[in-house]
Design a binder for this molecule. Sequence first.
Ligand SMILES: Nc1ncnc2c1ncn2[C@@H]1O[C@H](COP(=O)(O)OP(=O)(O)OP(=O)(O)O)[C@@H](O)[C@H]1O
Ligand SMILES: [Mg+2]
Length: 356
Amino acid sequence: MWMRLVRFLRPRKVRLILISLLLVCLLHYLVPRQEHFYNELFRRLYYFPIFLGGFWYGLRGGLGMGLLVVLLYLPQVFMAWGEGQAMFYSRLMEVCLFTLAGPVVGLLSDREKRQRIRNQELETLAALGEAAASVAHEMKNIVIPIRGFLRRIREAEALDGKASEYLDIAERESARLENMTKDMLAFARQAPLQREEVHMRSFLEELRVSLQIPFKEKRVRLICACEPREMSVPIDRERIRHALVNLLQNALHASTEGKEVRLTAAMDGDSVKIAVEDQGKGIPREDLDRIFLPFFSTKPKGTGLGLAITQAIVREHGGDISVESAVERGTRVLLDLPITRSQSPVNDSEHVGGKL
Ligand SMILES: Nc1ncnc2c1ncn2[C@@H]1O[C@H](COP(=O)(O)OP(=O)(O)OP(=O)(O)O)[C@@H](O)[C@H]1O
Ligand SMILES: [Mg+2]
């Protein structure tokens, strides 16, 4: 109990608030009642600790200080009973204002704090995006000629087994590097959306066919479904494709042999809901808050940009992305994309994700 009190009083700001409250309270109670001017003045001074509480400690601080002031001030209300009805009601009114002032300042301060944190996050992400873009650009300039030379060596030389194997590795790794740079550039990109009417069922089918080989190699079934069967939605085909490939790759990576991955699209009022579900290893609760952070990855060869890019693409479309997951049971990622046909569907220039 004492320890908690000591801990509570440790911050300088808490002590400052309580000392100022004590001072105001003392002055208010010590000044003779007939000194109207000083009475009124000290009564107003109670707002000082209330505002400080709300300003520094948000809603809780404001509410706490408001109630504490009311508690200390209540005897004054009862004492005013003998001084006539007008005085009594005026003090009662002050009690209401004390109770209200703290939460109002607290709420405003909380809002301002949240906004400040969000702005800082956006600034950090924008700086990160710019850094990623310039590094990726340089890397791309290096890796593309390397891949070209590797191809030429393969074509020009009759290579023996070992050399050919080494060349395979070099080509595979440089292809990975090239993909990584593409991801990083996509992450930092600021181009406007190129919306077009996309026939969902054929779009999902094309996607399924393009990912057939890696899924077959791992013996994981990829199932696509679309409801209603004939629906077209105005989306940026290439970017949504990029987003879904990221999700399907994650799903495949998390799945073991014999499992299923489902890619479904369904119309739901004014939006289309696209889900990628797997029966894989799931995401631990402590990771769930971090998976959308750029460069967060639990994979030895992951860049951690897949979900960050996917989230940026979905937000560019004015949509939402959410994840449900249970360890050892599977993961479901849901994209909720609003259908904005009424507002110039083709080639609009909205860009929510920004430089991210
Ligand atoms: N379907 C999933 N099942 C299990 N874990 C997942 C799934 N999707 C994402 N994760 C977790 O979220 C992390 C971040 O995913 P993200 O796609 O952003 O990066 P990555 O897959 O690690 O790398 P890359 O940039 O190559 O995609 C993953 O490392 C993984 O731990
Ligand atoms: Mg990924």
